[in-house]
Design a protein. Sequence first.
Length: 275
Amino acid sequence: MSQRTEQEVDKLHIQLMLLERWRIISRELEFISHHHDVVETALVAQIEKTNENMWKEVDVADHPDIAQGVIESFVDEFFDREHTYPNMHRSAMLLTLYSFFEATLAFYCELLRKCLNIRAPMAKSGSAIAYRAWLEKSADVDFSSANQYWTEIDHFRELRNSVVHAYGDIGAKVSLETYIKQSPHISFSEIGLGYCHTMGKSFELAPSFVGHATEVIAVFFEKLTDGMRHLFPLSENDIVVALTHHYELEDQKMCAEIKALGSNPSIADVMRHIL
């Protein structure tokens, strides 16, 4: 096997990065899911603490009417800790996840364009739909095995847009309404993120939504990787072998050059060959 040019080596590194990236993505999504679990645990602890404080005040009340007043005074706090805070947190996590998804798709577009020397203009920035169209038409990426995950992620996009543009109000989107009805991780809510709604319906994300969404996105990128393997002549293992062989030849060449300098080469001479 002949030694590869630096340009060929650079492309092999990019190919390996593209083919192995889904594993890094999966680990990062696991971290996001773990962060969500930590916050959810803290929110549950706050509810328990609020409940404890309420009953302490009830216990010292010297009249049933006072005890009832204490309970009523905690109604708003319970509602915020059981609904408002969790829903705001989960909606913020939805925005984070979808931003991560779009940015990662853009990453694939940029690397594939560089690796395959694609001349077609890049997709419109910040649009997952545009990124997909570019990957399919310009880079010949096969989405067939990723399609079912893409369909649900596109519903995440609609949920995200309703949060960004309508404070959680889905309006009259029939497909999104159907998705919410069928999902065990989302439910309809009269207020959603708050009372600022004028039309349509609001939704509330269940504690399980973020974990589910991270799994869907992780599998999507694994399947997307399968859809781009045909673009590269070598598998991950073959690329690693080729790169290892290249650097072994580089080391042999450098050792031969240093040896040619004589038995006692100067440090300056050695550094010239290394650099």
